[in-house]
Design a protein around this ligand. Structure first.
Ligand code: C5P
Length: 436
């Protein structure tokens, strides 16, 4: 009974061991995880058992060791029990074979089936020959797994089992243990917090098939939503149209236009602890929307009166188009300002005198990054502006990498060029002390 209670309080590490010579390092890792107060259960692939036997891991862990989908007669769906029991799945060492299988969603043995069935965070310590590591397929898998939220530890450089000194060596058990503890600590860092995130572009239709938008992919906002949910927050993700799938466990509110985004964000705003406005909202929309597709040569919808303060000068927003045939035609499009979602909701917070939600805005700039960000911080009433330079085509918008500057009343700092998943972690690491 006492042992059962203890197990319930303890977090469980499911340690997957695959068929790399480095499998012996998993024994030391198991010990370190236990010393950190964790319960460790081990799952071995068929090839791992050729290197270190199940009996060793059984003796070290004090738990039954899972070796195949059908080795637990009392529990024919052991992979599901293991998947549910795990607070974290650590695969160390992780061979090229298992790494590539995980990236492809292949589930053909106990370990890969459990990996597909679990919602626990994944820590991978790759170990393989350097050429296998450099293979484009392996590199693509590493990138994909990281983008899906896996924590990669190593591989490092050094002496490999094939006799070469190169990269592909499994990281030390100490490093893998430290990364695992960090991941476990993170899983609860936003427990009980409510987070609102806006993401993606908005579309402002001119007629049923044409719209004003931006190349925003939504990747940063979706990565933030995934990361916040993985840290225990309850997350509402309000997003314009993207190709992305909402992360599991996140309340997803799809919208199209800026006005719809404001309405959805407004509904959740007051109950949130943190609101991150990462959407690339279109600042303008056509003053009128045609109900049928506009034809070449046809006149555009009538203009809004010039005395409307929200109207943007038609001169600044003229669409020139060449009609077919001999005559050429130019069209003028009248735009009207969209609501600024961040500024509107920040003003609402200011009016109530509330300190929450903590407000984060984004700024995509092509020049004077920091001074524009500082101005935005003040003008919009945000607590933090996350700014990035979009003049570099390799970064920002549709790229998977970015470099960010954080600007608040206290000062500014800059990240390195990182994947958007890393940046999401970095942003939430920065924000967590503000919330707790
Ligand atoms: O003014 P600018 O578009 O550069 O400001 C960017 C920040 O303001 C982002 O956080 C963006 O999500 C937010 N924004 C908004 N509503 C708008 C325009 C921008 O919430 N209409």
């Amino acid at each position: 009974m006492k042992q059962q209670q203890q197990q319930q309080q303890q977090q469980t590490v499911l340690l997957g061991v695959t068929g790399s010579i480095a499998a012996y390092k998993a024994c030391e890792l198991l010990r370190l995880l236990q010393k950190a107060g964790l319960r460790v259960k081990v799952a071995l692939t068929e090839h791992a058992q050729e290197l270190v036997g199940a009996a060793t891991f059984r003796a070290l862990s004090g738990e039954p060791v899972a070796t195949s989908l059908f080795d637990s007669p009392g529990n024919p769906i052991n992979h599901i029990s293991l998947a549910e029991e795990a607070s974290v799945l650590v695969i160390a060492p992780c061979t090229a074979n298992v790494l590539n299988k995980l990236a492809s969603g292949v589930a053909d043995d106990l370990l890969t089936t459990t990996a597909l069935a679990t919602t626990a965070p994944l820590v991978l310590a790759p170990a393989m020959n350097a050429r296998m590591l450099r293979h484009p397929r392996t590199q693509a898998s590493l990138e994909l797994l990281e983008a899906a939220g896996a924590t990669l530890v190593g591989p490092g450089e050094g002496y490999l089992a094939c006799g070469e000194e190169d990269s592909g060596r499994m990281s030390s058990p100490e490093d893998v243990c430290a990364a695992t503890l960090e991941v476990l600590a993170r899983t609860q860092s936003l427990a009980g917090k409510r987070v609102l995130i806006t993401a993606g572009p908005t579309r402002e239709y001119l007629d049923p098939v044409r719209f004003i938008s931006s190349p925003s992919s939504g990747k940063t906002g979706f990565a933030l939503a995934r990361e916040a949910a993985a840290r225990g927050a309850s997350v509402v993700l309000v997003s314009g149209p993207t190709d992305l799938t909402s992360p599991p466990g996140v309340e997803y509110v799809p919208v199209v236009t800026a006005r719809q985004m404001l309405e959805a964000a407004s509904e959740h705003f007051d109950t949130c602890d943190l609101a991150i406005f990462s959407a690339a909202v279109a600042d303008f929309r056509p003053a009128e929307q045609a109900s049928q597709k506009l034809k070449k040569g046809a006149s555009l919808p009538s203009v809004v009166p010039d005395n409307d303060p929200a109207t943007v000068s038609p001169a600044g927003a003229s669409l020139a188009s060449v009609a077919s045939g001999t005559a050429s035609a130019s069209y003028s499009l009248t735009l009207t300002a969209n609501p600024d979602i961040l500024a509107t909701l920040a003003a609402r917070r200011a009016a109530t005198g509330a300190k929450r939600p903590y407000l984060v805005g984004f700024a995509a700039e092509t020049e004077d990054l920091l001074s524009n960000a500082r101005e935005k911080l003040k003008a919009k009433g945000a607590d933090l502006i996350v700014a990035n330079d979009v003049s570099d085509p390799a970064l920002g918008f549709a790229s998977s990498h970015n470099q960010l500057s954080f600007v608040s009343k206290e000062g500014s700092s800059q990240t390195a060029v990182l994947s958007k998943e890393h940046l999401a972690r970095h942003i939430l690491d920065t924000l967590t002390p503000e919330l707790c």
